[in-house]
Ligand binder design. Sequence first.
Ligand SMILES: Cc1ncc(COP(=O)(O)O)c(C=O)c1O
Length: 456
Amino acid sequence: MTIDIQRAGQIDRESLFHPFTWISDLNRDGPTLMSEGRGVRLKDIHGKEYLDGMAGLWCVNLGYGRKDIVDALAQQSAKLSSFHAFNSMSTDVAAECAQEVLKHAPVPMARVFFGVSGSDANETQIKLIWYYNNLLGRPKKKKIIARQNAYHGSSIVTSGLTGLANMHTRFDLPLGPILHVSSPNYYKNAPAGMSERDFSKQLAAELDDTIKREGADTVAAFFAEPVMGAGGLVPPPEGYFEEIVPVLERHDVLLVLDEVVSGFGRLGTYWGSQTYNLRPDLISAAKGITSGYFPMSACLVSPKIWDVIEKHTDKAGLFAHGYTYSAHPVGAAVALATMKAIDEEGIVANAAAQGAHLQRVMREAIGAHPLVGNVRGAGMMIGIELVRDKATKEAFPAANRTGRRVLQAAAERGLITRALGDTLVFAPPLVATQADVSELIAIFKDSLDKVANEIL
Ligand SMILES: Cc1ncc(COP(=O)(O)O)c(C=O)c1O
């Protein structure tokens, strides 16, 4: 390393434009600079160790520093470091990777389109949906419905699809024909006394009304994460998708499942589609496809969509969409090694077992804690919402930065979490052992106690 460790923080602060960072926090507290990773643990430049409770940004599912993945990456880089897939070109490894992704698909899928990020995957899906409806002679059927608090990316159109106000305000977004329906957050949004099932029915009725109001001939698709992630970690209430899907089918509205986080094992099934028994028309994947070792995304396209695109090829001409790094051979080699490890090491079964432990023991440990209003999640995704008043669910004033205080207390104790406002979230690597998960919960409880002592 050539950078002076003592000055690295200052150099970072003066040079790097950080994504999703409050600049005044960075200027005041400085950055945390990681320099090494092994398994579920990270080490910062000063040698302090952390348990990574977030697998990076819910992506390093196989943990850090795996020799098999690093070897696959290095060998492919040495053999053919870069090539593309435009104009009928490809590579042996990209072809094999596409075949493997389709083999692992939750429902029969016809083709897979590769990109480099979750945002570009969802952007591609929107273009595919518009293209498909144009080919079918339905030029008005273009509107896309997402949910408030959804997270689908931060490119121009996907920021709009994302239902978070701070990604719209001051960026002049949303852009394009995008609508939002209510978030399925039962804790926050269900009327007092309403059952989960009735709340799901209410949300399905709202979707139905929205489509009817807009006109079904103008609504093309509905986007959903199986479990909402960055928008507050929200699992669907009971019966949610069972109620929503018939509405979509009735109005011929496509279901796009954003499996950027849930794909490749996070919910204890290979796909969230399997957890919730869904048959999406399009699936977006990224993150876990390479366990974060290489930027890569995938759009899985159902026969329903592909057949229309293929049938109209002579009329439509060139399919004019793609990225220089679509089907990158190094990404493909890393994805192949990742899928092999997931299969051979029983990673999905481990995620199911440790996920059940995480959900149960976290609730036992902190469910009744004075700061905690709600614990929710599924598989290896859990969110803990802090409230000032448990009975009324009243939030702490935003200016108190209560979530950030807990995050900092956890970091001092060697645990990485993420604060989505006052909801702390965990999505540990899927290779975490039961002991790792228990350690995570114990450190988190201690961090909550520290903040409770300070503010209550
Ligand atoms: C559900 C979901 N979709 C899309 C994205 C965007 O992915 P990326 O940051 O790779 O563009 C994310 C990122 O966290 C995500 O959680």
